[in-house]
Structure formats: structure tokens, C-alpha cells
Design a binder for this molecule. Structure first.
Ligand code: NAD
Length: 253
């Protein structure tokens, strides 16, 4: 049956930045679809655990600062202990730094690029070498942004990193599609999460953004769940290197 193609039964998903916002939304969605979820974050993910368990899901956690030099080796070592294999990776963790381009320091630029861009590539590489390529099966979902398509205002490092996410998605898809590894991305529109707290508290910018969203509202973590399940499941087996916007029509305008 067609809905069986969307099932994630017997799959294990690793989601970075799983304690809040969109990452938490992916964890809940994957659990509802039958996957075991391994959340990665800097601190305990109690709220996510409770939400996953309340829908009957299994939740495991890896606590690590993704900006630390040993983050990838910690994740890979912990995965060996927590599961037999990883089937799905969601590169969701990300940071944003708002400042006029003329004032951005090299240190602030590097922080954003390290987490949003470098980690996306090297964690994907580590997971692919250990699980996806040898298993001839895997799903990588990178979290892009409207600023993979546009320049944004006062967030140059973020725009650079999210443009890179779209490029990495295509580059990896080209190399790994022959191994039945699907690499795709989701570009969320303007979502009401911690990432946009400052933006939403700026009355002028907030109003301008809302006025431009055809759907007439900010998105929520619930809005990305369907796209997440699609790209994590068999239903997307012939989708490679694509960045799917979930944006209330923002890019159409
Ligand atoms: P968020 O700030 O709630 O989530 C970011 C997550 O990354 C958090 O869970 C945070 O703990 C984690 N994180 C950040 N630095 C980390 C570190 N050093 N180590 C471990 N974890 C770290 O905001 P969100 O909106 O849920 O963001 C999730 C993703 O979606 C990000 O990549 C963001 O850029 C992207 N995104 C968000 C929007 C939006 O409008 N909210 C739009 C487009 C893209």
C-alpha cells in the first residue's frame, strides 16, 4: 500500500539539534513513523524525549557540543554503542549571527561556517563511510534556508553557509546516488523557533516578513514534518540532490 512507503519502521534516525524547534519536530515525526531516534545536542533533551515517548517512540541521546573538534568522533563512537546501524541523518543544528556585514568579525563568521557548513559535510561523510555506502542505503536530509536562495539582511555568514548547504546537497547526491544513498535538503521558510526570536521581536522586520508570506503566517515545526518523513522514507528513493522549500509560498512570490 502507498502509505507503507512512508513508514520508517526498523529505521534509526540521527537528528542534530534535537532539543528544540525543527529538530524536535523531526524527532517526533520520525518516531510516529516508526523509527528509533537518536538526538544530538549540547544538553539533555528531556522535552524531546518526553514528546517522542508520548507517541510510543524510542529516543536515545548523544550529548556533545557540535562546535567542538571531536564532535564527529564522539557521535560516531556513541552510535556504535546505541544502535546496529544508522539509516537516516538529519543535519539540522544551525546557528545564525545577525550583524551588519561591515562589522562581522572573522571569529563570528567562522563559528557559523563551522557548524552550518563544515559539520554538515564531514558528519555526512563519516555517516556515509561507516553506514550508508557499505549498506547501499541511506537518507541524508540537510536543513537549508530561504537564504540558500536569497541574500537576507544582516546575516551574511548564515546566507553563505546555507547557500553552501544547497551545494553540498547536490555534490553529495551526485556521488552517492549510485549507492542508493539519497541526499536532499529542506529549506524552511520563516518558522517560529528560537532561530527567529530576535527577528520576530523586531516589530518592523517581523511585519514586513509576515506581509510577504503568501500563507499569511509564520511556519511551525509541525509544518516540516511531512517533508521530513517523505525525504527519510522509501517514498523519495528517486529524489536526489533536491532542496525542497517548505515556506508558505515565500519563494513563489
Ligand atoms: P533553534 O535555534 O531552535 O535550533 C537550532 C538547534 O541547533 C538547537 O537545537 C540547538 O541546540 C542546536 N545547536 C546550535 N549550536 C549547537 C552546538 N554547538 N552543538 C549542538 N547543538 C547545537 O532553531 P530552528 O529554527 O529549529 O533551527 C533548526 C535549523 O533550521 C537550523 O539549521 C536553522 O538554520 C534552520 N532554519 C530555521 C529557520 C527558521 O525560520 N526558524 C528557517 C530556515 C532554516
Amino acid at each position: 500500500m502507498i502509505l507503507d512507503m512512508f513508514s520508517l519502521e526498523h529505521k534509526t534516525a540521527v537528528v542534530t539539534g534535537a532539543n528544540t524547534g525543527l529538530g524536535q519536530g523531526f524527532c517526533i515525526a520520525f518516531a510516529q513513523a516508526g523509527a528509533t531516534v537518536i538526538g544530538v545536542a549540547r544538553r539533555s533533551m528531556q522535552e524531546t524525549r518526553e514528546k517522542v515517548e508520548s507517541v510510543g517512540g524510542a529516543f536515545k541521546e548523544i550529548i556533545v557540543d557540535l562546535s567542538s573538534p571531536d564532535a564527529i568522533s564522539v557521535i560516531m563512537e556513541q552510535c556504535e554503542k546505541l544502535c546496529d546501524r544508522v539509516d537516516i541523518l538529519v543535519n539540522n543544528a544551525g546557528i545564525i549571527h545577525r550583524e551588519d556585514a561591515k562589522d562581522v568579525s572573522e571569529a563570528d563568521w567562522d563559528k557559523v561556517i563551522l557548524l552550518n557548513e563544515r559539520l554538515v559535510f564531514f558528519l555526512s561523510q563519516a555517516m556515509a563511510n561507516r553506514y550508508f555506502l557499505p549498506n547501499r542505503s541511506g537518507k541524508i536530509i540537510n536543513i537549508a534556508s530561504m537564504l540558500s536562495f536569497q541574500g537576507g539582511i544582516r546575516v551574511p555568514a548564515y546566507a553563505a553557509s546555507k547557500s553552501a548547504v544547497m551545494g553540498i546537497t547536490k555534490a553529495l547526491a551526485n556521488e552517492w546516488a549510485p549507492y542508493q544513498v539519497n541526499v536532499n535538503a529542506i529549506a524552511p521558510g520563516y518558522m517560529a523557533t528560537n532561530n527567529t526570536t530576535n527577528l520576530r521581536s523586531d516589530a518592523q522586520r517581523s511585519e514586513a516578513i509576515l506581509e510577504r508570506i503568501p500563507a499569511g503566517r509564520w511556519g511551525t515545526p509541525d509544518d516540516i514534518m511531512g517533508a521530513g518523513i517523505y525525504l527519510a522514507s522509501k517514498a523519495s528513493d528517486y529524489v536526489n540532490g533536491f532542496t525542497l522549500a517548505v515556506d508558505g509560498g515565500w519563494l513563489a512570490r
